[in-house]
Each structure stands twice: as structure tokens, then as C-alpha cells.
Design a protein around this ligand. Structure first.
Ligand code: PEP
Ligand code: MG
Length: 593
């Protein structure tokens, strides 16, 4: 029987096809079970565990083929967790002892272990908590009879489909294969929300704000969504289907402007470069597959993760950098010198107390200590080893060197001196690398304030908004208790970004943005409005960003940015942006034959 629902059309056009239903809701319902149902819940738990194991083994296999064994090892840890009696065993105990449903029992088991992890301040355990969260999430998903993840959801579908979801988070959007999705409908969302911007940038019809559409449409049901009127039909009549086909023919095929790679430009013709942030040399494949025009940030310190101290040797580093540079050539590769904190490395003897080396302790940078360029200057031998490796790799392609965590002109001058010394050392060995652009990350407020001075010392700037926001607002980006104060739209942050761009423009050097801010579809147009035209982000975000760029009118955004920069609160800025993006975007639609 046909049924009709009414929502808000946020991206025009009509789509018809089988429904793919994806529910990400995290809340878990607890319901009591009678003793007669215990066995059923226990066997459902066992089946879910078996499905998780299969899925994780498959994912491990895929990751290992795509990115190498090191990354695939993450899934070994998750597989081990599935065997741990504290997880599935504990959940089974709760089912049998407290007569509760399996899904809730799994969540309780997670909460119990997480509470223990939280009492220990150890970054390693914090990471394990993330894995545990993933594993228990997967168990719960399998208990609800769902498939293993957004991509897996599409695997069984022979034909393109209409995505019906409770909500679409950016991370899920980044994982989906949009060439197989005709349009989408969500419970959540409003005309001005992120999902609307996403739909327009992907150029697919969309209806949002349907409240319970994900519960009302059964998987596989035939649906029509009308992004012009906000209408959704379930099991449409043959007449309604014919009408859709006629409308699709009349309006021509919608092109997915967001999907193709290559150079991007705004509606008014401003060229925008989209580069990838990578952590490992294997990520180059992902960057290329996502159409990255270059590597805007290679976080080289990830070479040190996993306790392989030999990688810190010049030859080993050279091989890794060379591989990245060669694979990306002729595209640019920006390699950041190690952004580590001295406290993250421990000095340990190898054979004798006299022969000591630095070993990695943790894998992420700490706060405000002897970090980034400061560490490099304090440990010139480690720093110069890396600089020599970088200079040698520059012989094989288009490499730029970048120094992180710069807070003063003196630091840049000192680092440049060490680069010159490294070059001289190579010359003594008969190696003569080409000249290499030297850039700095602007991620500390003192650097942002003195950007016009620093611009005379550097060949390019990259704004690291992740750190710039945390140090400007005095909000630790890893501390959940203050996460609501981490505001990219804070007037101080926006003003600093404008100031950095002005400093760069005045001295005629390029400036890009490589923090998470650049990958947010709501913030990217604003950054373009601030005059920024180079961005680097995680490869998964590039498709959406490309679509956003091609829908953005830089001139309009410039006027919007000017207005936003007069506003005093984040709330006012957000309202201004949402109102602006809520206007119908029909005049920007792209139609083809
Ligand atoms: C940043 O600070 O914005 C940045 C890109 O660097 P990281 O996230 O590695 O600190
Ligand atoms: Mg940073």
C-alpha cells in the first residue's frame, strides 16, 4: 500500500529506487526478558560475535591489501577484544543474571570497562577505549540485524538506491559510495543544517526533517523522494513512478559535481586547491583515489609510532619520503618535520649505557612543551637527520618542508640554519638537492599575531586550525569536559585566520588551511570568503569538499565573511551562516543533457 510522508526538501530533484535503511542511533533500549528468553538472547549474542569476527577479518584483509599490515593490526586488537571474557562473557553474564536484552548487556559491559580506563591517565588506554567502543558498537549493530558498516550496506545492492537514515554524520558521508546513491531522506536535519549543504554539494535530491522515516520505511521498499516539495512516497503506484521518470527525463540527468577529481573552482571562477593530509606513506593511494591535487600535510612523526627506532635513520626516512614524493609527482608533497614532544620519547640504552637512542613512547603530540620545531632545535642531530633525508627525497619530485609549532621568528631562522648545515653535509657527500620551499605551520597565537613578520622568513604558511583553536581559546582539544568550548567560529579564531592571510598576502607567499575546519562543509565556504583558496584535509573528506567548492560563490562568501567578522558571539555567527546557506540554492544547480 502506498503511503506518503512530508519533510523539508533541501536539495532539488526527484529520486526513485529501493530504500537502503541505515540507522546509527547510539541509544540502547533496555528491556527486561523473561527466563524463557535468556537462551535466545545468548545465542543472538553468539551469532553477533561470529558476524563481527567475519566482518573484522574481512576488513583486516581489505586494509592490509590497501594500506599494509601495520594498519591492519588495529583489527587484530579488535578481534582479541571479541574473545575477551570481560566483553562478550560479561554481557552473557548480565543477560542470564539480570534478565536483560543482549544489546543493553553489551552496552553495560562497555560502560564498565570504559569506567576503569577513564580512571587511568594513559593515552594508550584511551586509544584502546576507542577500539572497545568500535567493537561493542559493531556487536550492537549486528544484534540489531544490521550490516557491518556504511560501505558494507551497499555491497549487496544490485541497483542504485535511495538512502534512508536517521542522520548522516560527516564520517558516514565520507565512507559512502555516492555513485550508487540516488538521493536521501533523513529523520534529522533542517533546511539550514549540514546535511542540506552536503546534499547540494553532492547534487543529489534530499528530504530531511522527516522525524521517523528511518523507522517507517522497511529496507528494500520502493520509495520516491521529491527534493522540491519535501514529499516522500513509500510503495508508489505505477502512475507515480511513470511521473518520476518523465520528470527526470524533462530535467535532464543531474551530474554529481562533487565526485570527479581534478581542479576545482567556485561558481564565480576562483580556483581552489584541495590537498590531502596523510599520516603514513601508504595513505598516498587513498589521497590519489580521492583526487587530491597534492599532499598538504604529511604528519611525518607517525613514522616513529610502533617503536621502530630504525625508521629514524636517514636512509630509512629517505626511502619513505622518496616513495611518497615519487608517487605523487608532479604534485606537491608537503612534509612536516616531526611534531613530537620530548616527553613522548624516552632515551634508552641499546647495548651499553653509552649508546643511547630515542624511542617513541606515545603517538600524539603533547601540549605546549618542547614540541615541534622546539624539539627539533633542542635535538639538532635528530632534526638534521630528518632534514638530510628530506633534502635527498626532494631530488625525486616536488617536495616542500614545513616546520610545526612555530612561535617566533628566531625559531624559523635557527631551523633554516640547520637546513643549510644539512645541505652542506650532503654536498660534502657529493649530493646536491634542488632548492626546497620552507614553510611554517601557523598554529600558535603568537605566530598568528606576528604573521606579517614570519611571512618574511617563510616560503609558505599552513594554518593548523586544530591547534590554533585550542591555544587561542585555551581549550584542550582532547579534553571532553571542555569540548563544547572548542569553537572554530569563535570571533577570535576567525579574526586570527583573517590576520594570517593578510600577513601572507602582504609578503606574497601562499597560505593554506590544513586543520579539520577546512573539511567542514559549513565552514569551508566561509574560509573561501575570507580569501583562502588552498585547503588540505583527510582524503575521505575531499569528495564532499570538492562539491562544496563548486557550489560556492566566492564573491557572495566574501560579503558574508565581512558580515560574520563584525559579529560578537558564536551563536550570532552560526545563525548568520545558517540563514545564508538556507536560501534556496536552485540558481546554482548544474544540469546536463
Ligand atoms: C593542526 O594543528 O591544525 C594540524 C593540522 O596539525 P595536528 O592536527 O597534527 O596538530
Ligand atoms: Mg597542529
Amino acid at each position: 500500500m502506498t503511503a506518503a510522508l512530508k519533510g523539508i526538501g533541501v536539495s532539488p530533484g526527484v529520486a526513485a529506487g529501493p530504500a537502503l535503511v541505515a540507522i546509527q542511533r547510539t541509544q540502547v533500549i533496555r528491556f527486561p526478558i523473561g527466563p524463557g528468553r535468556v537462551a535466545r538472547e545468548l545465542s543472538a549474542l553468539e551469532r553477533a560475535r561470529a558476524r563481527c569476527q567475519d566482518q573484522l577479518r574481512q576488513i583486516r584483509q581489505r586494509v592490509s591489501e590497501l594500506s599494509g599490515a601495520e594498519l591492519a593490526a588495529i583489527f587484530d586488537a579488535q578481534l582479541l577484544m571479541l574473545e575477551d571474557p570481560m566483553v562478550v562473557g560479561r554481557a552473557a553474564e548480565l543477560i542470564a543474571g539480570e534478565y536483560v536484552n543482549a544489546e543493553w548487556a553489551v552496552q553495560r559491559a562497555f560502560d564498565e570497562i570504559a569506567a576503569v580506563f577513564d580512571t587511568v591517565e594513559d593515552p594508550y588506554l584511551h586509544e584502546r577505549k576507542g577500539d572497545l567502543h568500535d567493537v561493542t558498537g559493531r556487536l550492537r549493530m549486528n544484534l540489531r540485524g544490521e550490516k557491518g558498516g556504511p560501505r558494507d550496506l551497499l555491497e549487496d545492492l544490485a541497483s542504485p538506491c535511495v538512502l534512508v537514515a536517521d542522520e548522516l554524520t560527516p564520517s558516514v558521508v565520507a565512507q559512502l559510495d555516492w555513485s550508487r546513491i540516488l538521493g536521501f531522506a533523513t529523520d534529522a536535519g533542517s533546511r539550514t543544517y549540514h546535511t542540506a549543504i552536503l546534499a547540494r554539494s553532492l547534487n543529489v535530491p534530499a528530504v530531511v526533517g522527516l522525524r521517523d522515516v528511518s523507522a517507517r520505511i522497511p529496507a528494500g521498499a520502493d520509495v520516491i523522494i521529491d527534493g522540491d516539495t519535501g514529499d516522500v512516497r513509500i510503495d508508489p503506484t505505477p502512475g507515480e513512478r511513470l511521473e518520476v521518470e518523465a520528470r527526470t527525463r524533462l530535467h535532464g540527468r543531474r551530474v554529481s559535481v562533487g565526485l570527479s577529481g581534478g581542479p576545482s573552482a567556485t561558481v564565480d571562477g576562483i580556483a581552489v586547491q584541495l590537498h590531502a593530509n596523510i599520516e603514513r606513506s601508504e595513505d598516498v593511494s587513498l589521497a590519489l583515489a580521492s583526487g587530491a591535487e597534492g599532499i598538504g600535510l604529511y604528519r611525518s612523526e607517525f613514522l616513529l609510532v610502533g617503536g621502530a627506532p630504525d625508521l629514524a635513520g636517514e636512509d630509512e626516512q629517505y626511502e619513505v619520503y622518496r616513495h611518497v614524493v615519487e608517487r605523487m609527482a608532479p604534485r606537491v608533497v608537503t612534509i612536516r618535520s616531526f611534531d613530537i614532544d620530548e616527553r613522548q620519547l624516552v632515551r634508552r640504552p641499546i647495548d651499553t649505557a653509552l649508546d643511547a637512542r630515542w624511542f617513541p613512547e606515545h603517538d600524539r603530540a603533547g601540549h605546549g612543551g618542547l614540541r615541534g620545531i622546539r624539539f627539533g632545535l633542542a635535538q639538532p642531530s635528530i632534526f638534521k637527520t630528518q632534514l638530510r633525508a628530506l633534502l635527498r627525497a626532494a631530488c625525486h619530485g616536488n617536495l616542500r618542508v614545513m616546520f610545526p609549532f612555530v612561535s617566533s621568528v628566531q625559531e624559523v631562522r635557527a631551523a633554516r640554519r640547520l637546513l643549510d648545515e644539512s645541505r652542506a653535509e650532503l654536498a660534502a657527500r657529493g649530493i646536491d638537492p634542488p632548492s626546497v620551499p620552507v614553510g611554517i605551520m601557523i598554529e600558535v597565537p603568537s605566530a598568528a599575531f606576528t604573521s606579517s613578520l614570519l611571512a618574511r622568513e617563510a616560503d609558505f604558511f599552513t594554518i593548523g586550525t586544530n591547534d590554533l583553536i585550542q591555544y587561542t581559546l585555551a581549550v584542550d582539544r582532547t579534553d571532553e569536559r571542555v569540548s563544547d568550548r572548542y569553537e572554530p567560529l569563535h570571533p577570535a579564531v576567525l579574526r586570527l585566520i583573517r590576520q594570517v592571510r593578510r600577513g601572507a598576502v602582504r609578503e606574497g607567499i601562499p597560505v593554506s588551511v590544513c586543520g579539520e575546519m577546512a573539511s567542514d562543509p559549513l565552514l569551508l565556504p566561509l574560509l573561501i570568503g575570507c580569501g583562502l583558496t588552498e585547503f588540505s584535509m583527510t582524503p575521505g573528506a575531499l569528495t564532499v569538499a570538492r562539491g562544496v567548492v563548486r557550489k560556492t560563490h566566492a564573491g557572495e562568501m566574501g560579503r558574508l565573511a565581512a558580515r560574520v567578522l563584525t559579529l560578537g558571539t558564536v551563536e550570532d555567527i552560526e545563525r548568520c551562516l545558517r540563514e545564508s546557506f538556507g536560501q534556496p540554492a536552485d540558481h546554482k544547480e548544474v544540469q546536463t543533457e
